[in-house]
Design a protein around this ligand. Structure first.
Ligand code: NAD
Ligand code: UDP
Length: 339
């Protein structure tokens, strides 16, 4: 199978490319490198001994994108490309809607024109907004609290309408919970630009000495220890979820818009994550409790029943492995791909 991977040089994309190459998929990565490095794909090639066809291009460049479809025949698309920083999306909503929503529309229109009607989309648990009931199932009500989340939800609506309009489309929207960790080799991992927004990359940078301490955003939530609870999932488990989604789409009976949660079903608090990371790294993580971060929810974790039923997929890796692999990546590449 020949798969177009948009955003394949990024964090989740590079780990998924590695797993796909190991399963002998042919890949073309289309990425504008706005938040990634070509080194990630070079390392994927080294680890797998296989070649990745890379095209540097933007989803907003319709001509370039169309050329890719003229030159290649794809069986399906995995669509990772997008901007993902919540805070930045509040400051630059137009950029986020343009990049994420317009970029996706461009892709879908060209896919339709070239009769490529299978897509796996990177959605997010953020489409559940403030959870009314936990765990979150695929039927839980959707709402959003920031432009990034709204861009994901709008794309889901577009995908649903598209699937309704034409029964040939097979669309799997994977709602990721909190991807963390790195490939066990320590060769590829998460390489945030500037100050990390997310918990694990921040903790990793404190552990390696790039930052003094972690700010814990609130310890007065009504959770087991007062700190926020999330469903952290190892990025390699997540990558394997994409392979399961591709396999599911080759089943002739599967059609329409299919949203699927990718999480572990377990919630861990910030204090528990700090403890696990300290154990994995042998480092102490100094922290200070500061006020809550606006827009954060107290608790969020997935119901994973449907993912198992539909894809036969289940996350396998523990938080110990998530922290150990994140630490291996961070300690061997303290400055990410610039190291
Ligand atoms: P990432 O930033 O590492 O990867 C995204 C990739 O897309 C980058 O390589 C970037 O250069 C590329 N890109 C962005 N806009 C583009 C455009 N217009 N044209 C071409 N390439 C473009 O992010 P990631 O963590 O790997 O996330 C992948 C996807 O998963 C994103 O859509 C993100 O919103 C979604 N997601 C991520 C998380 C998370 O916590 N990492 C959680 C839920 C959903
Ligand atoms: N968090 C924190 N300090 C940080 C980054 C995150 O206390 O520097 C908390 C955040 O409030 C949330 C949890 O860690 O409770 C996970 O945050 P992250 O941004 O990684 O994921 P999201 O909030 O998007 O689920």
């Amino acid at each position: 199978m020949n798969i177009l991977v948009t955003g394949g040089a990024g964090y989740i994309g590079s780990h998924t490319c590695l797993e796909m190459l190991n399963e002998n998929y042919k890949l073309v990565v289309y990425d504008n490198l706005s938040n990634s490095s070509l080194d990630a794909l070079k390392r994927v090639e080294k680890l797998t001994g296989k070649e990745v066809k890379f095209i540097e291009g933007d989803l907003l460049n319709v001509e370039k994108l169309e050329q890719v479809f003229q030159n290649e025949r794809f069986d399906a698309v995995i669509h990772f490309a997008g901007l993902k920083a919540v805070g930045e999306s509040v400051e630059k909503p137009l950029e986020y809607y343009d990049n994420n929503v317009v970029g996706t529309l461009n892709l879908l229109k060209i896919m339709q024109k070239y009769n490529v009607k299978k897509i796996v989309f990177s959605s997010s648990a953020t489409v559940y907004g403030v959870p009314e009931k936990l765990p979150l199932t695929e039927e839980s009500p959707r709402s959003t609290t920031n432009p990034y989340g709204t861009s994901k939800l709008v794309i889901e609506y577009i995908l649903e309408d598209l699937a309704k309009s034409d029964p040939e489309w097979k669309i799997i929207s994977l709602r990721y919970f909190n991807p963390v960790g790195a490939h066990k080799s320590g060769e590829i991992g998460e390489d945030p630009n500037g100050i990390p927004n997310n918990l694990l990359p921040f903790i990793s940078q404190v552990a390696v000495g790039l930052r003094d301490k972690l700010n814990i955003f609130g310890d007065d939530y009504s959770t087991k220890d007062g700190t926020g609870i999330r469903d952290y999932i190892h990025v390699v488990d997540l990558a394997k979820g994409h392979l399961a989604a591709l396999k599911c789409m080759t089943d002739a009976t599967e059609k329409g818009f299919i949203p699927i949660n990718l999480g572990t079903g377990n919630g861990y608090s910030i204090l528990e994550m700090i403890k696990a990371f300290e154990k994995a790294s042998g480092k102490t993580i100094p922290y200070e409790v500061v006020k809550r971060r606006e827009g954060d929810v107290a608790e969020c974790f997935a119901d994973t029943t449907y993912a198992y039923k539909k894809l036969g997929w289940k996350a396998k890796k523990s938080i110990e492995e998530m922290c150990a692999d994140a630490w291996k990546w961070q300690s061997t590449n303290p400055d990410g791909y610039r190291s």
